[in-house]
Design a protein around this ligand. Sequence first.
Ligand code: ATP
Ligand code: MG
Length: 389
Amino acid sequence: MNEIILCKYGEIILKGANRPHFEALLSRELKRRAARHGGFSVRVSQSTVSLEPQSEASDLDGMFESVLTVFGINAAVRATVCEKTPEAILAAAREYLPEQLAGCRTFGVEAKRSDKAFPWKSPEIAARVGGVILEALPRLKVDLEKPDVMIRVEIRDRYACLHGPQKKAAGGIPIGSSGRGVLLLSGGIDSPVAGYMMAKRGMQILPLHFDSFPYTSERAREKVMRLARLISPYTCTRRAAVLSLTEIQEAIRDTCDEDYFTLLLRRFMMHLAERYARENDAGALITGESLGQVASQTTPALAATGGIVSLPVFRPCIGLDKEEIVSLSRRIGTFDTSIEPYEDCCTVFTPRHPKTRPELAKLLAEEGKLDFPALADRAYATLQTVSLF
Ligand code: ATP
Ligand code: MG
Protein backbone atom coordinates (compact mmCIF):
# COMPACT_ATOMS: atom_id res chain seq x y z
CA MET A 1 0.00 0.00 0.00
CA ASN A 2 1.13 3.49 -0.83
CA GLU A 3 1.44 5.29 2.49
CA ILE A 4 2.78 8.81 2.93
CA ILE A 5 2.95 11.46 5.67
CA LEU A 6 1.05 14.72 5.35
CA CYS A 7 2.21 17.67 7.45
CA LYS A 8 -0.07 20.67 7.90
CA TYR A 9 1.42 24.10 8.33
CA GLY A 10 0.78 26.28 11.30
CA GLU A 11 1.49 29.97 11.35
CA ILE A 12 3.38 29.89 8.05
CA ILE A 13 -0.01 30.21 6.38
CA LEU A 14 -0.23 33.76 7.74
CA LYS A 15 3.09 34.85 6.24
CA GLY A 16 2.74 37.05 3.20
CA ALA A 17 5.65 37.79 0.91
CA ASN A 18 8.07 36.03 3.27
CA ARG A 19 6.28 32.73 3.07
CA PRO A 20 8.72 31.08 0.61
CA HIS A 21 11.53 31.81 3.05
CA PHE A 22 9.71 30.01 5.88
CA GLU A 23 8.78 27.15 3.58
CA ALA A 24 12.40 26.75 2.48
CA LEU A 25 13.58 26.51 6.10
CA LEU A 26 10.90 23.96 6.88
CA SER A 27 11.75 21.86 3.82
CA ARG A 28 15.43 21.98 4.66
CA GLU A 29 14.80 20.60 8.14
CA LEU A 30 12.44 17.92 6.85
CA LYS A 31 14.99 16.86 4.22
CA ARG A 32 17.67 16.58 6.87
CA ARG A 33 15.42 14.28 8.91
CA ALA A 34 14.29 12.37 5.83
CA ALA A 35 17.91 11.50 5.10
CA ARG A 36 18.27 10.04 8.58
CA HIS A 37 15.15 7.90 8.16
CA GLY A 38 15.99 6.14 4.93
CA GLY A 39 14.92 8.79 2.40
CA PHE A 40 11.63 10.57 1.70
CA SER A 41 10.77 13.00 -1.03
CA VAL A 42 9.62 16.33 0.40
CA ARG A 43 6.99 18.21 -1.56
CA VAL A 44 5.21 21.41 -0.60
CA SER A 45 1.82 22.16 -2.03
CA GLN A 46 -1.46 23.68 -0.83
CA SER A 47 -0.18 24.50 2.70
CA THR A 48 0.77 20.87 3.21
CA VAL A 49 4.11 19.11 3.02
CA SER A 50 3.90 15.56 1.79
CA LEU A 51 6.63 13.10 2.61
CA GLU A 52 6.77 10.11 0.34
CA PRO A 53 8.99 7.09 1.12
CA GLN A 54 11.65 6.66 -1.53
CA SER A 55 12.54 3.03 -0.99
CA GLU A 56 12.04 -0.07 1.12
CA ALA A 57 14.59 1.39 3.52
CA SER A 58 12.39 4.41 4.30
CA ASP A 59 11.29 4.22 7.93
CA LEU A 60 7.76 5.62 8.01
CA ASP A 61 7.25 5.07 11.76
CA GLY A 62 10.52 6.81 12.66
CA MET A 63 9.92 9.68 10.27
CA PHE A 64 6.40 10.22 11.58
CA GLU A 65 7.66 10.47 15.17
CA SER A 66 10.37 12.87 14.06
CA VAL A 67 7.95 15.11 12.17
CA LEU A 68 5.96 15.69 15.36
CA THR A 69 8.90 17.67 16.79
CA VAL A 70 9.52 19.91 13.77
CA PHE A 71 8.55 23.52 14.44
CA GLY A 72 6.39 25.02 11.70
CA ILE A 73 4.10 21.99 11.51
CA ASN A 74 0.82 22.03 13.41
CA ALA A 75 -0.48 18.56 12.68
CA ALA A 76 0.60 15.44 10.84
CA VAL A 77 -1.10 12.30 9.67
CA ARG A 78 -0.25 9.11 7.84
CA ALA A 79 -2.36 8.69 4.74
CA THR A 80 -2.79 6.34 1.85
CA VAL A 81 -2.52 7.88 -1.59
CA CYS A 82 -4.09 6.76 -4.80
CA GLU A 83 -4.99 7.99 -8.24
CA LYS A 84 -7.67 10.63 -8.48
CA THR A 85 -10.39 8.36 -9.83
CA PRO A 86 -13.57 7.17 -8.08
CA GLU A 87 -12.56 3.50 -8.52
CA ALA A 88 -9.09 3.99 -7.08
CA ILE A 89 -10.48 5.89 -4.10
CA LEU A 90 -13.04 3.22 -3.26
CA ALA A 91 -10.43 0.48 -3.64
CA ALA A 92 -8.06 2.34 -1.33
CA ALA A 93 -10.89 2.81 1.19
CA ARG A 94 -11.57 -0.94 1.18
CA GLU A 95 -7.93 -1.81 1.67
CA TYR A 96 -6.69 0.91 4.04
CA LEU A 97 -9.54 2.00 6.26
CA PRO A 98 -10.53 -1.20 8.14
CA GLU A 99 -7.24 -1.06 10.02
CA GLN A 100 -7.72 2.64 10.83
CA LEU A 101 -11.13 1.86 12.28
CA ALA A 102 -10.12 -1.14 14.36
CA GLY A 103 -11.64 -1.04 17.83
CA CYS A 104 -14.08 1.81 17.22
CA ARG A 105 -17.86 1.69 17.12
CA THR A 106 -18.80 4.81 15.20
CA PHE A 107 -17.19 6.68 12.34
CA GLY A 108 -17.77 9.58 10.02
CA VAL A 109 -16.34 10.57 6.66
CA GLU A 110 -15.51 14.07 5.52
CA ALA A 111 -14.34 14.91 2.05
CA LYS A 112 -12.48 17.90 0.70
CA ARG A 113 -12.29 18.44 -3.02
CA SER A 114 -9.56 20.96 -3.85
CA ASP A 115 -9.67 19.78 -7.47
CA LYS A 116 -13.11 20.80 -8.69
CA ALA A 117 -12.67 18.76 -11.87
CA PHE A 118 -13.22 15.57 -9.86
CA PRO A 119 -16.61 14.13 -10.92
CA TRP A 120 -18.14 13.67 -7.44
CA LYS A 121 -18.87 16.57 -5.12
CA SER A 122 -17.64 16.37 -1.53
CA PRO A 123 -20.87 15.00 0.05
CA GLU A 124 -21.03 12.27 -2.57
CA ILE A 125 -17.39 11.30 -2.02
CA ALA A 126 -18.08 11.05 1.72
CA ALA A 127 -21.25 8.98 1.21
CA ARG A 128 -19.60 6.56 -1.23
CA VAL A 129 -16.56 6.00 0.95
CA GLY A 130 -18.86 5.58 3.98
CA GLY A 131 -20.79 2.96 2.02
CA VAL A 132 -17.62 0.99 1.31
CA ILE A 133 -16.69 1.07 4.99
CA LEU A 134 -20.12 -0.18 6.05
CA GLU A 135 -19.86 -3.03 3.56
CA ALA A 136 -16.49 -4.07 4.95
CA LEU A 137 -17.36 -3.50 8.61
CA PRO A 138 -21.15 -3.87 9.02
CA ARG A 139 -20.93 -3.66 12.85
CA LEU A 140 -19.97 0.06 12.61
CA LYS A 141 -22.45 2.93 12.84
CA VAL A 142 -22.18 6.32 11.17
CA ASP A 143 -22.04 9.33 13.45
CA LEU A 144 -21.16 12.62 11.82
CA GLU A 145 -21.41 14.69 15.03
CA LYS A 146 -19.11 12.86 17.44
CA PRO A 147 -17.66 9.79 15.81
CA ASP A 148 -14.97 7.65 17.46
CA VAL A 149 -12.93 8.15 14.30
CA MET A 150 -13.40 10.72 11.55
CA ILE A 151 -12.05 9.61 8.17
CA ARG A 152 -10.95 12.28 5.73
CA VAL A 153 -10.77 12.01 1.97
CA GLU A 154 -8.82 14.73 0.19
CA ILE A 155 -8.83 15.26 -3.55
CA ARG A 156 -5.58 17.15 -4.00
CA ASP A 157 -3.71 18.54 -7.02
CA ARG A 158 -1.83 15.40 -8.06
CA TYR A 159 -3.48 12.59 -6.14
CA ALA A 160 -6.23 11.63 -3.74
CA CYS A 161 -5.61 10.53 -0.18
CA LEU A 162 -7.48 8.99 2.73
CA HIS A 163 -6.60 9.13 6.37
CA GLY A 164 -7.76 8.94 9.97
CA PRO A 165 -7.40 11.65 12.63
CA GLN A 166 -4.41 13.98 12.51
CA LYS A 167 -1.94 14.08 15.35
CA LYS A 168 -1.12 17.42 16.93
CA ALA A 169 2.47 18.40 16.15
CA ALA A 170 4.89 20.96 17.60
CA GLY A 171 3.43 24.19 16.14
CA GLY A 172 5.62 27.29 16.12
CA ILE A 173 7.67 28.58 13.19
CA PRO A 174 10.68 26.93 11.51
CA ILE A 175 14.04 26.90 13.23
CA GLY A 176 16.31 29.58 11.81
CA SER A 177 13.49 31.95 10.88
CA SER A 178 14.23 34.08 13.96
CA GLY A 179 18.02 33.93 13.87
CA ARG A 180 20.18 32.56 16.67
CA GLY A 181 20.05 32.89 20.44
CA VAL A 182 22.46 31.85 23.19
CA LEU A 183 20.64 29.79 25.83
CA LEU A 184 22.09 30.03 29.33
CA LEU A 185 21.54 26.39 30.19
CA SER A 186 21.72 25.20 33.78
CA GLY A 187 20.82 21.78 35.09
CA GLY A 188 17.46 23.02 36.37
CA ILE A 189 13.91 22.68 35.17
CA ASP A 190 13.44 26.13 33.69
CA SER A 191 16.24 26.78 31.23
CA PRO A 192 15.66 23.70 28.99
CA VAL A 193 12.01 24.77 28.78
CA ALA A 194 13.10 28.32 27.90
CA GLY A 195 15.27 26.94 25.08
CA TYR A 196 12.39 24.89 23.77
CA MET A 197 10.05 27.89 23.85
CA MET A 198 12.38 30.17 21.90
CA ALA A 199 13.19 27.43 19.39
CA LYS A 200 9.45 27.19 18.88
CA ARG A 201 9.51 30.82 17.81
CA GLY A 202 12.15 30.02 15.22
CA MET A 203 15.40 30.59 17.10
CA GLN A 204 18.40 28.44 16.48
CA ILE A 205 19.60 27.64 20.00
CA LEU A 206 23.25 27.75 21.07
CA PRO A 207 23.40 26.33 24.61
CA LEU A 208 26.03 27.74 26.95
CA HIS A 209 26.66 26.21 30.36
CA PHE A 210 28.78 27.59 33.17
CA ASP A 211 30.49 25.18 35.49
CA SER A 212 32.67 25.73 38.48
CA PHE A 213 34.99 22.77 38.78
CA PRO A 214 35.88 21.45 41.43
CA TYR A 215 32.89 23.00 43.24
CA THR A 216 30.67 21.46 40.60
CA SER A 217 31.32 17.97 39.29
CA GLU A 218 31.93 16.35 35.95
CA ARG A 219 28.62 14.55 36.40
CA ALA A 220 26.74 17.83 36.89
CA ARG A 221 28.14 19.04 33.59
CA GLU A 222 27.34 15.76 31.89
CA LYS A 223 23.74 16.09 33.09
CA VAL A 224 23.46 19.50 31.43
CA MET A 225 24.77 18.04 28.17
CA ARG A 226 22.10 15.35 28.43
CA LEU A 227 19.49 18.08 28.81
CA ALA A 228 20.84 19.80 25.69
CA ARG A 229 20.53 16.46 23.89
CA LEU A 230 16.99 15.91 25.16
CA ILE A 231 15.71 19.18 23.70
CA SER A 232 17.60 18.70 20.44
CA PRO A 233 14.77 16.88 18.61
CA TYR A 234 12.98 20.25 18.87
CA THR A 235 15.89 22.68 18.80
CA CYS A 236 18.04 20.74 16.28
CA THR A 237 21.08 21.71 18.37
CA ARG A 238 24.23 19.71 17.69
CA ARG A 239 26.77 21.36 19.96
CA ALA A 240 26.95 23.16 23.28
CA ALA A 241 29.54 25.36 24.94
CA VAL A 242 30.91 25.22 28.48
CA LEU A 243 32.76 27.94 30.35
CA SER A 244 34.38 27.84 33.77
CA LEU A 245 33.40 30.39 36.43
CA THR A 246 35.67 28.98 39.13
CA GLU A 247 38.11 31.87 39.30
CA ILE A 248 35.33 34.46 39.15
CA GLN A 249 33.42 32.78 41.97
CA GLU A 250 36.50 32.58 44.15
CA ALA A 251 37.29 36.23 43.50
CA ILE A 252 33.73 37.27 44.40
CA ARG A 253 33.83 35.12 47.55
CA ASP A 254 37.16 36.58 48.65
CA THR A 255 36.40 40.20 47.82
CA CYS A 256 32.73 41.15 47.86
CA ASP A 257 29.78 41.57 50.21
CA GLU A 258 28.08 38.20 50.56
CA ASP A 259 24.58 39.59 49.99
CA TYR A 260 25.59 40.48 46.43
CA PHE A 261 27.31 37.20 45.48
CA THR A 262 24.52 35.90 43.25
CA LEU A 263 23.90 39.13 41.39
CA LEU A 264 27.59 39.72 40.77
CA LEU A 265 27.96 36.21 39.41
CA ARG A 266 24.91 36.58 37.22
CA ARG A 267 26.28 39.78 35.72
CA PHE A 268 29.46 37.92 34.75
CA MET A 269 27.32 35.17 33.22
CA MET A 270 25.34 37.64 31.14
CA HIS A 271 28.46 39.43 30.01
CA LEU A 272 30.20 36.20 28.97
CA ALA A 273 27.08 34.93 27.24
CA GLU A 274 26.85 38.16 25.27
CA ARG A 275 30.45 37.78 24.18
CA TYR A 276 29.77 34.23 23.04
CA ALA A 277 26.64 35.43 21.23
CA ARG A 278 28.49 38.13 19.32
CA GLU A 279 31.21 35.71 18.26
CA ASN A 280 28.61 33.28 16.98
CA ASP A 281 26.33 35.67 15.20
CA ALA A 282 23.54 35.32 17.77
CA GLY A 283 21.19 38.24 18.34
CA ALA A 284 19.72 37.43 21.76
CA LEU A 285 20.32 35.78 25.12
CA ILE A 286 17.79 33.34 26.60
CA THR A 287 17.36 32.46 30.26
CA GLY A 288 14.89 30.40 32.27
CA GLU A 289 14.10 33.19 34.73
CA SER A 290 10.57 33.53 36.08
CA LEU A 291 9.43 36.65 37.87
CA GLY A 292 9.63 36.38 41.63
CA GLN A 293 10.79 32.75 41.63
CA VAL A 294 13.94 33.46 43.66
CA ALA A 295 15.66 36.57 45.03
CA SER A 296 17.67 37.08 41.83
CA GLN A 297 14.49 37.11 39.76
CA THR A 298 12.69 40.14 41.17
CA THR A 299 12.22 43.11 38.85
CA PRO A 300 15.12 45.14 40.30
CA ALA A 301 17.38 42.07 40.33
CA LEU A 302 16.57 41.28 36.70
CA ALA A 303 17.18 44.92 35.80
CA ALA A 304 20.57 44.74 37.50
CA THR A 305 21.65 41.52 35.77
CA GLY A 306 20.15 42.34 32.37
CA GLY A 307 21.56 45.86 32.55
CA ILE A 308 25.08 44.72 31.85
CA VAL A 309 24.30 43.55 28.31
CA SER A 310 22.94 45.33 25.29
CA LEU A 311 21.56 42.33 23.39
CA PRO A 312 17.90 41.59 24.09
CA VAL A 313 17.38 39.02 26.87
CA PHE A 314 14.49 36.66 26.21
CA ARG A 315 12.95 35.11 29.31
CA PRO A 316 10.03 33.08 27.97
CA CYS A 317 9.23 31.58 31.40
CA ILE A 318 8.92 35.02 32.98
CA GLY A 319 5.13 34.87 33.37
CA LEU A 320 4.76 31.15 34.01
CA ASP A 321 4.15 29.53 37.38
CA LYS A 322 6.55 26.76 38.40
CA GLU A 323 3.74 24.27 37.89
CA GLU A 324 3.29 25.40 34.30
CA ILE A 325 7.02 25.18 33.63
CA VAL A 326 7.07 21.68 35.16
CA SER A 327 4.22 20.56 32.97
CA LEU A 328 6.01 21.81 29.85
CA SER A 329 9.22 20.11 30.95
CA ARG A 330 7.37 16.83 31.37
CA ARG A 331 5.87 17.22 27.93
CA ILE A 332 9.22 17.78 26.23
CA GLY A 333 10.85 15.02 28.26
CA THR A 334 13.41 16.95 30.33
CA PHE A 335 11.79 16.85 33.78
CA ASP A 336 13.18 13.54 35.07
CA THR A 337 16.72 14.58 34.15
CA SER A 338 16.32 18.13 35.49
CA ILE A 339 15.40 16.88 38.95
CA GLU A 340 18.47 14.66 39.28
CA PRO A 341 20.25 16.13 42.28
CA TYR A 342 23.50 17.71 41.11
CA GLU A 343 25.06 20.95 42.23
CA ASP A 344 25.02 24.07 40.01
CA CYS A 345 27.49 26.94 40.12
CA CYS A 346 24.65 29.18 41.32
CA THR A 347 24.34 27.03 44.44
CA VAL A 348 28.03 27.28 45.32
CA PHE A 349 28.76 30.08 47.80
CA THR A 350 25.11 31.08 48.02
CA PRO A 351 24.44 34.11 50.20
CA ARG A 352 22.39 33.61 53.34
CA HIS A 353 20.49 36.85 52.69
CA PRO A 354 20.41 37.45 48.94
CA LYS A 355 19.24 40.91 47.92
CA THR A 356 15.75 40.99 46.49
CA ARG A 357 15.97 44.76 46.12
CA PRO A 358 19.59 45.38 45.27
CA GLU A 359 20.94 48.91 45.42
CA LEU A 360 22.54 49.48 42.07
CA ALA A 361 25.20 51.83 43.45
CA LYS A 362 26.22 49.27 46.05
CA LEU A 363 26.22 46.47 43.48
CA LEU A 364 28.46 48.49 41.16
CA ALA A 365 30.74 49.39 44.06
CA GLU A 366 31.10 45.70 44.92
CA GLU A 367 31.77 44.89 41.27
CA GLY A 368 34.33 47.72 41.19
CA LYS A 369 36.43 45.88 43.76
CA LEU A 370 37.10 43.20 41.13
CA ASP A 371 39.17 43.43 37.99
CA PHE A 372 36.09 42.65 35.91
CA PRO A 373 37.71 42.78 32.42
CA ALA A 374 40.65 40.56 33.36
CA LEU A 375 38.47 38.02 35.17
CA ALA A 376 36.03 37.95 32.26
CA ASP A 377 38.86 37.50 29.74
CA ARG A 378 40.38 34.60 31.64
CA ALA A 379 36.97 32.95 32.11
CA TYR A 380 36.19 33.36 28.43
CA ALA A 381 39.49 31.69 27.56
CA THR A 382 38.18 28.48 29.21
CA LEU A 383 35.37 28.19 26.64
CA GLN A 384 35.03 24.72 25.19
CA THR A 385 32.57 23.48 22.64
CA VAL A 386 31.14 20.03 23.05
CA SER A 387 29.63 17.98 20.31
CA LEU A 388 26.32 16.55 21.54
CA PHE A 389 26.19 13.57 19.20
P1 ATP B 1 16.86 26.64 36.17
O1 ATP B 1 17.92 26.09 36.95
O2 ATP B 1 16.71 26.08 34.90
O3 ATP B 1 16.46 27.32 35.40
P2 ATP B 1 16.49 28.24 38.47
O4 ATP B 1 15.25 28.55 39.05
O5 ATP B 1 17.40 27.27 39.12
O6 ATP B 1 16.16 27.73 37.02
P3 ATP B 1 18.61 30.19 38.64
O7 ATP B 1 19.56 29.17 39.13
O8 ATP B 1 18.37 31.39 39.43
O9 ATP B 1 17.22 29.59 38.21
O10 ATP B 1 19.09 30.66 37.24
C1 ATP B 1 18.30 31.47 36.43
C2 ATP B 1 18.72 31.27 35.00
O11 ATP B 1 20.11 31.55 34.87
C3 ATP B 1 18.58 29.85 34.53
O12 ATP B 1 17.29 29.60 34.06
C4 ATP B 1 19.60 29.80 33.42
O13 ATP B 1 19.11 30.40 32.24
C5 ATP B 1 20.71 30.67 33.97
N1 ATP B 1 21.71 29.84 34.67
C6 ATP B 1 21.78 29.53 35.98
N2 ATP B 1 22.83 28.73 36.25
C7 ATP B 1 23.45 28.53 35.07
C8 ATP B 1 24.60 27.80 34.67
N3 ATP B 1 25.32 27.10 35.53
N4 ATP B 1 24.95 27.82 33.36
C9 ATP B 1 24.22 28.51 32.46
N5 ATP B 1 23.13 29.22 32.78
C10 ATP B 1 22.74 29.24 34.06
MG1 MG C 1 19.26 26.72 38.21
